[in-house]
Design a protein around this ligand. Structure first.
Ligand SMILES: NC(=O)c1ccc[n+]([C@@H]2O[C@H](COP(=O)([O-])OP(=O)(O)OC[C@H]3O[C@@H](n4cnc5c(N)ncnc54)[C@H](O)[C@@H]3O)[C@@H](O)[C@H]2O)c1
Ligand SMILES: O=CCC[C@H](NC(=O)CCC(=O)O)C(=O)O
Length: 488
């Protein structure tokens, strides 16, 4: 008998679709299995969310906030259990998943501030009456989450959506259903009324049923560019509805004149290999100057990369990198490496894979001489190096991508940064800092194949509500002067 993994209208139900499972990718062992939500169950979840909408949205902001703060308390009380579940299901080390739960808790205060500052109520007196700007919830919104931050990133849509007064259908990644189930149990314990949040679990068919359902009023997606494009089609033909797409990147990091080579190497490693390269913001293309300065950095980088500790999420001496999400993901990185080698790439450190697991070692491949470089997001620890002689040409090559999520410059020269900032095309542009680890207190989003100009994090408030402008007077009254040509 499959366990009840769907949360619809305040009840835990078994899915009526196909069975699917989640693995501990570090060991290849099944840790969770259940049956998927069918299209009929997705429909029931949307109906429940619709029924719950008015009573939820009619609460004051403060009343909704009170319940959301109870969720934050639940997160704090259960932080070790949740961090452990994220680590077990994704392979990420515990030091990192503890940070993820911390970010989930921090999201509540940040979303409260963002709601009030960006979408609150503004009132101005007028000669007759007042002008008021208010914001209203869209209605029932669907949230799609990725596997790499199975707690933090869906939470970044769910919390602002609920605070704004929407009701939610959450479709998590099929690779991290256990974390989603645990998170929903914490929402339930927080006392969220039935139907306000619903969980539909399953693989692509469940996702399609939700994205193509005409009963949703908004869709907030974080995931790959490929899926984002498919969802854009499934949801298509509804220009009156909100769609926020947070997608992948093919992110450049350029090194120019920086004196502290250890710091340069640190920022490269933190940009390219954190989370085993499974962050949308990870540096994928590293541009190093040709000549001695670049040679010294590359030698140190190779040495430091070889020394990166890769290990189990719960190793007492914590590794920097854990397992990737799955053996399939690990194999896809090995395939990407082989493809680049066949195009003329020269492996400076070759990636290796432990069969039956998601473990790979971090790799660096020199790609300077590849003429037909593929514009693919390699979502893992495979850093491509390019040597350059001309800064503008490096920036141009950094921009030579359909994506535009993050980019960085490591240089001690402020004029270089000023130039870089003006030329580079990305939503996150950093200077002498890693390009991963973005703040939830800032907007987070990209352009081109990385997003549809609906930045998340601090700006998520914007896509969770629509503005209503009113001019108001307590009683019907004649204006002080009448328009020409009328007599009353
Ligand atoms: N920009 C950002 O904020 C951001 C953040 C994290 C991850 N990402 C990106 O996410 C990707 C990694 O996450 P992932 O592999 O879980 O993403 P994914 O695109 O495979 O899945 C995302 C969600 O879409 C659902 N889905 C998959 N195929 C679908 C389909 N055909 N129809 C409807 N729903 C479908 C999945 O079940 C999941 O819930 C990377 O590309 C990464 O760059 C982007
Ligand atoms: O994998 C993609 C997200 C990476 C992460 N970004 C954020 O956490 C953005 C902040 C937020 O959404 O609150 C990173 O930059 O490392």
């Amino acid at each position: 008998m499959t366990h009840a993994a769907q949360f619809i209208n305040g009840q835990w139900l078994a899915g009526e679709g196909a069975e699917f499972s989640s693995l501990n990718p570090a060991k290849g062992e099944v840790i969770w299995s259940a049956t998927a939500a069918t299209a009929e169950q997705v429909d029931a979840a949307i109906k429940a969310a619709r029924e719950a909408f008015y009573s939820w949205t009619d609460l004051t902001f403060e009343q909704r906030l009170e319940i959301v703060k109870k969720f934050a308390e639940q997160l704090a009380e259960n932080k070790d259990e949740l961090a452990n579940a994220i680590a077990l299901e994704t392979g990420k080390p515990l030091w990192e998943t503890a940070t993820e739960v911390g970010a989930m808790i921090g999201k509540i205060g940040i979303s409260e501030k963002a709601y009030l500052e960006r979408t609150g109520t503004v009132e101005n007196p007028m000669p007759q009456g007042r002008a008021v700007i208010r914001h209203k919830a869209h209605g029932v919104v669907a949230v799609f989450g990725p596997y790499n931050f199975p707690g933090h990133l869906p939470n970044g849509h769910i919390v602002p959506a609920l605070l704004a007064g929407n009701t939610v259908i959450f479709k998590p990644s099929e690779l991290t259903p256990m974390v989603a189930e645990l998170t929903l149990k914490l929402w339930e314990k927080a006392g969220l009324p039935k139907g306000v949040i619903n969980l539909v679990q399953g693989e692509v068919e469940t996702g399609k049923a939700l994205a193509s359902h005409r009963g949703i009023d908004g869709l907030f997606f974080t995931g790959s560019s490929r899926t984002g494009h498919l969802i854009h089609q499934q949801y298509g033909g509804q220009p009156g509805k909100i769609l926020a797409l947070e997608m992948g990147g093919n992110n450049p990091l350029i090194v120019k004149d920086a004196a502290d080579t250890n710091a340069v190497v640190h920022d490269i490693i933190q940009s390219a290999f954190v989370s085993s390269g499974q962050r949308c913001t990870c540096a994928r293309k590293l541009f190093l100057p040709a000549g001695e300065q670049g040679d010294v950095i590359l030698t140190k980088l190779i040495e430091a990369t070889k020394a990166i500790k890769v290990g189990f999420f719960d190793d007492e001496e914590q590794p920097f990198m854990g397992s990737m999400i799955s053996e399939a993901a690990a194999k896809s990185m090995m395939d990407a490496q082989a493809q680049l080698q066949s195009l003329g790439g020269e492996s400076l450190i070759e990636m290796t894979h432990t069969a039956g697991t998601g473990f790979v070692t971090p790799a660096i491949i020199e790609c300077t001489n590849i003429t037909d470089f593929p514009d693919d997001e390699h979502f893992g620890p495979l850093l491509k190096v390019f040597r350059y002689t001309d800064f503008d040409a490096a920036i141009e090559k950094g921009n030579d991508t359909d994506y535009g999520l993050s980019a960085g410059l490591l240089s001690d020269n402020a004029a270089d940064y000023d130039h870089f900032l003006r030329r580079i095309r990305a939503g996150i542009v950093n200077w002498n800092r890693p390009i991963t680890g973005a703040s939830s207190a800032a907007p987070f989003g990209g352009i081109g194949a990385s997003g549809n100009h609906r930045a998340s994090a601090y700006y998520a408030a914007d896509y969770c509500a629509y503005p209503v402008a009113s001019v108001e007077l307590e009683k019907v009254a004649m204006p002080a002067t009448l328009s020409p040509g009328i007599k009353i």
